[in-house]
Write a protein of this length. Sequence first.
Length: 248
Amino acid sequence: MAFVVPGLVCVATGILFLVFTDAEDNRTVSKKPDAAKATLDRHQIIRAFTILAMTMTCAGFIAQGFLVALPKIFSERVALAGFEGITGTSSLVTLALLVGASGQLLGGRLAEHYSIKYVYLFMYVLMIPLAVASAYLVGAPLVVAAASFQLVLASSLPAENCLVARFCPDGWHARAYGAKFVLALGVASLAVPITGLIRDSTGGFFWFFVALAGCAALVVCFALFLPRAGPEAVSKSEAAIPVAGPAE
């Protein structure tokens, strides 16, 4: 039922989305050229998307592995009064994920006011010490570290999505985000068996957290080579703000 009930909610939400979304999107898209995109040539776009493909795959491995492993990690390493058993462990996992969810707001705010590229880099730089610390922590400190890790991970997503849009040619946004989710949810789903393999072969999650730190370090290394996309900050009055259609 833990799968059936959320699944039914997702199906119902999808049906409501279809009902309340127009089949034909008649809204217009601003034709004013984006000041940042105007400075990019074809080679820079290809370079940017090649790099982003690598970073998004690594990010997907981190997200998928962490989400799958967290309940088992808490059940083995966290013993807090009132949080025993499946219900207690699930409550702690839920708490960590709820704290992390606010990262979408934090990351969006940062991406609005600072360089998108460096916000993206900064979040993954922060993940490295958090992952290494989590490899050693137990109890309440581990819960705090895990919530902080999820917060930083979620904070990177708005900047990542902005980077995809920034380097994406007009008219290709839906394809670009489709490719992003294939990498982040499809290819990166290999993190699930890999996480189990690490746990079974080592008897714990120390090397799992080391692997997360390694993936975050790879994202940093790749993202450093993203090309500059012109002015990082464009005022709201000057920016071309495309209106996303239903597919986007």
